[in-house]
Design a protein around this ligand. Sequence first.
Ligand SMILES: Cc1cc2nc3c(=O)[nH]c(=O)nc-3n(C[C@H](O)[C@H](O)[C@H](O)COP(=O)(O)O)c2cc1C
Length: 369
Amino acid sequence: MNIKSKPSDSYVFPRTKKKIRNRSVLAAMTNKQSHRDGTLSDEEINWLTRRAKDGFGIITTAATHVSKNGQGWEGEFGVYEDSFINRLKVLTDSIHEQDSLVFAQLFHGGMRAPEKLTGNIPISASKIPCKESSTGSTKAANQKDIEGIIFDFKSAATRCVEAGFDGIELHGAHGYLISQFLGKKTNHRKDIWGGDIHNRSKFLIKIINEIKKSVPESFIVGVRISPEINDMGIFLDDSLELAKILTKIGIDFIHLSCWDCFKISEEYSKDKKTITEWFTHTIPNLPTIISTGGIWSSKDATDVMMQGADLIGVGRVAIPYPDWSLNLKDDNYNPPRMPFTSTQLTKAGLSDVFIAYMRNWKGFVEDEK
Ligand SMILES: Cc1cc2nc3c(=O)[nH]c(=O)nc-3n(C[C@H](O)[C@H](O)[C@H](O)COP(=O)(O)O)c2cc1C
């Protein structure tokens, strides 16, 4: 094996010197378990604490909305008001007792924040067709809206500091508001917030800069991106340029949401590089790189580190196997794959609401025989 470190080794974030006991990251997973008023539920705290107790180095919360009208789903906890801080503190204390770091994933749904949930026409970078809007399209954000949302991200981050989080992950992936600004097909603006990738990333960069001015030095600030969403006009060449911009402004980590870490990008197939390798092999001095998507066995984790990732993110495998990361010491660890019964998932600390939600993920839950 030609890598300096293994998935079970500890890691120190270079700038903040915060240490984690192994390279595993529980990726953000929305689960609809929280309360209608946006407060964190015990079920949400329990599910995350169990993964900390069972060994994950970093626990990332589900996406949490920074503005009231940025909510994406029912049962999503919010971080848009000071009144949420007390419950968030219960979560961070509970995770820290287990010796993991905890990040909040901050987001705004933009065109994916349904009007039926928020009561407002969804807002986006431009006026574009939108199924979640009663008018059939989004409202293009004006300058005041943009400044307001940047303020909301900053305020949410300072609440996270107060609540005891070790850092935040800005959700710039999967088509939510930040990626709607990044995408060529969703951002048609002619002002400073639109144009080439330097302009389309200004919304994200301004959010980061405002946050960095307001949080302590020790607080970790990272971004999750989807390197390719062709339908939205997010292409790999722009994403590589974005990573260079993020590197230059001193982001602490870039989390690559690959969905399949082993796939060779179709558009660039002649170069035979995976998405992660495009970043790690072509950009010097990158910050910490987390890669997520399709990792199941300890060999998968090692292979993704061989691609150059510093940390390994997992979603689905952590649902039935809370102790997944403890097994990384075993080179042959490859736990059984889906489907899982609700009894198995209950044992793994999922509430009935979360199990019902997982039924939407094709083939994940099977009925008891
Ligand atoms: C139930 C579920 C909810 C998810 N919610 C989020 C989310 O809130 N934010 C996010 O960035 N990704 C979310 N994802 C994507 C995961 O973080 C991860 O990138 C994806 O599942 C691929 O990794 P995996 O193959 O290890 O599952 C979700 C995935 C699942 C299965």
